[in-house]
Design a binder for this molecule. Structure first.
Ligand code: MLT
Ligand code: MN
Ligand code: ZN
Length: 266
């Protein structure tokens, strides 16, 4: 199973196009939160489709098109939220001959217009992201970790995903939008090889301290790294990384994911 971080930033990326903050001026460049996963290496699934998707696909050799003129190893997208940083890239995949998208009913409802638009361009197979199913060599499990709707919609929810390669049992959890560390989340990640956690904010009051804008990390649905860290010692067999890093986060720890990182490869 191979899991590659194609983008490690929260919405806006780093640098954000209109931001002259110290992190955007001098920090590490990051594309927006998207991960590529493959069981077997021939067919790949994207977890989310960021606005940077074209550059992310072109920047990863395993996703090069071929051997046929319109063949691509990109089989489809698993959506964890309907947020724009996770979904704007869907429309940029419209040249696909066929595309499969998995989304919850609430995310599907929020994305009604882009879903209908996309279906006019490609053979779109839009499916329900169920709680536990097998697909393309992967067991896919889903846990609702939040109920936040994007600002543009009146519905939406937030999922953590656990992908297990059925052949090897290797498993990866994606939880880059995690409002709280609950018992259900503990059960969900137990025994996973790798977990990509919410690295949006380092601390609870970072946004206000850096930009003057109101809102704590948890009120925005993002448990800060300082809080998550307290739990990690309880999972000795699991490797943790932090993704979806906001441009207010100075992100200087070695377990902050970077673009192009293989968090699982065997
Ligand atoms: C989030 O992660 O909370 C959202 O993507 C915020 C946003 O970009 O509007
Ligand atoms: Mn986001
Ligand atoms: Zn900035």
């Amino acid at each position: 199973m191979r899991v590659r971080v194609l983008g490690s930033a929260a919405g806006g990326g780093c640098p954000q196009w209109n931001c002259a903050c110290p992190v955007c001026r001098t920090g590490r460049p990051r594309l927006q939160d998207t991960v590529a996963v493959s069981a077997g290496g021939t067919s790949w699934w994207l977890i989310n489709a960021s606005p940077d998707i074209r550059a992310q696909i072109l920047g990863f050799d395993a996703l090069r098109p071929g051997p046929g003129a319109r063949d691509t190893p990109v089989s489809g997208v698993l959506l964890t939220t309907a947020e724009l940083d996770h979904t704007l890239g869907l429309l940029s995949l419209r040249e696909a001959v066929r595309l499969t998208v998995f989304a919850t009913p609430a995310v599907t409802e929020a994305l009604d217009w882009p879903r209908r638009a996309l279906s006019r361009y490609t053979d779109l197979d839009w499916r329900v992201l169920a709680d536990d199913f097998e697909h393309d060599g992967l067991r896919i499990q889903r846990l609702t970790v939040g109920t936040k709707s994007p600002r543009y919609a009146s519905t939406g929810d937030v999922s953590a995903l656990r992908l297990t390669e059925t052949r090897t049992g290797n498993s990866f959890v994606h939880a880059t939008c995690l409002p709280a560390w609950t018992q259900a989340f503990d059960d969900f990640i137990r025994g996973a090889d790798v977990v990509l956690l919410d690295g949006t904010f380092a601390t609870e009051n970072e946004l206000t301290g850096t930009t003057g804008r109101p809102g704590t990390a948890t009120s925005m649905g993002h448990l800060p790294i300082a809080e998550s860290r307290r739990f990690l010692a309880g999972y000795p067999g699991t490797r943790f990384w932090f993704g979806h890093v906001n441009n207010t986060n100075p992100a200087d720890a070695p377990d902050i994911a970077v673009d192009g990182l293989d968090v699982l490869r065997n």
